[in-house]
Design a protein around this ligand. Structure first.
Ligand SMILES: [Zn+2]
Length: 337
């Protein structure tokens, strides 16, 4: 396929590839006979979609409109069954769920760690593997939830020390088990560095590391979901400051990337959980303005954890002061719109 694209000869049709695959699979890919038909079925649908994305991107580029992030959509890559994330989809008539069990074609009944939490029409399921764990995600159609959050604005100051502080004074702490897992990650990384590359112990450390990375990602996702659900329930409009972590994280590129990713994920979740999200520009000095009298104190440093106003004497937690300023700026922006 890639060759055909490079040499500008006609691309084979995905449908023809599929027919060809079914003709030769018994002889050339006997391993696919051990799995459900659905597993290979989805691959062709995915390929069709990947090609569509690729050609779409080329056309958009011609008209001067690429992806927003400026990245190119590449030609679909070959995926080995041995490397990378493996997964396959099942249409809703191909699996059955009963309590904590799911029946998958060719595998039979498999126990899940918890029963399905949502009652609704099951649309499809995707089985995937991460760091040696098997996961199944089931898409369930649910009625649109009613928006019951009170009609008001809250401001949220996202931080590194605490996860977030809102203008009501609620503090969302970084979870202890996440901090502990991060400490363990540093230890494991050092351990791995001391092992001889390719040795048995090196592979053992690699596997442990992969599992820990997965656990950390899960813990983070859990914390983010709890935070965004809670915030969306508290107020209909949520004001957030466009992240400016430069000062907090210095030039630590990795930490910066992690904070950025966490922030965009929070905004994405609030986008569908809250009625409205207002972004306050990072040029707005939310942490250096007094929420009581409006005076700006540019001399404030990051180590000052408490806001003491040089003009009116107001004394309150630094992050709470910032969250209230973000709320007020959000109110102003909403009023202006
Ligand atoms: Zn003041």
């Amino acid at each position: 396929m890639r060759e055909a694209w490079k040499t500008q000869t006609n691309l084979p049709l995905v449908g023809d590839l599929k027919t060809e695959f079914h003709r030769i699979k018994r002889e050339q890919f006997p391993f696919v006979m051990d799995t459900t038909k659905c597993a290979t079925e989805q691959v062709f649908a995915d390929l069709r979609q990947a090609l569509a994305n690729f050609f779409n991107d080329i056309n958009k580029r011609k008209n001067g409109k690429g992806r927003k992030d400026g990245k190119r959509v590449g030609f679909p890559k070959f995926k080995s069954r041995k490397r990378g994330y493996g997964s396959f989809s099942l249409a809703n008539d191909k699996f059955t769920v009963d309590g904590p069990g799911i029946k998958i074609p060719k595998l039979g009944w498999v126990n899940m760690t918890e029963p399905l939490r949502f009652a609704g029409k099951m649309m499809s399921a995707r089985v995937s593997e991460r760091a040696g764990y098997w996961l199944v995600s089931i898409q369930v159609q649910l009625p649109e939830p009613e928006q019951t959050a009170p009609e008001r604005v809250i401001g949220v100051d996202l931080g590194v020390k605490a996860l977030a502080v809102d203008s009501d004074g609620e503090v969302f702490e970084n979870q202890k088990h996440l901090t502990a897992a991060l400490r363990k990650l540093r230890r494991l990384n050092r351990w791995l560095a001391r092992k001889q590359k390719g040795s048995k112990n090196w592979y053992k450390a690699k596997r442990k590391l992969a599992r820990l990375h997965l656990r950390i990602a899960n813990l983070r996702a859990d914390a983010t979901h709890k935070l965004t659900t809670r915030l969306a329930a508290k107020a209909s409009i949520i004001a957030l400051e466009t992240l400016n972590v430069a000062g907090m994280l210095k030039n630590h590129k990795l930490a910066r990337a992690i904070a950025d990713a966490a922030f965009s994920e929070m905004v994405r979740q609030l986008g569908y959980k809250a009625q409205q999200v207002v972004r306050v520009g990072s040029f707005y000095p939310s942490s250096k303005t007094c929420n009581a009298c409006g005076v700006v104190n540019y001399a404030l440093t990051l180590s000052d954890r408490t806001w003491v106003c040089p003009a009116c004497g107001a004394t309150l937690d630094r992050d709470l002061n910032a969250a209230r300023n973000i709320r007020d700026e959000g109110l102003r922006l909403v009023g202006a719109a």
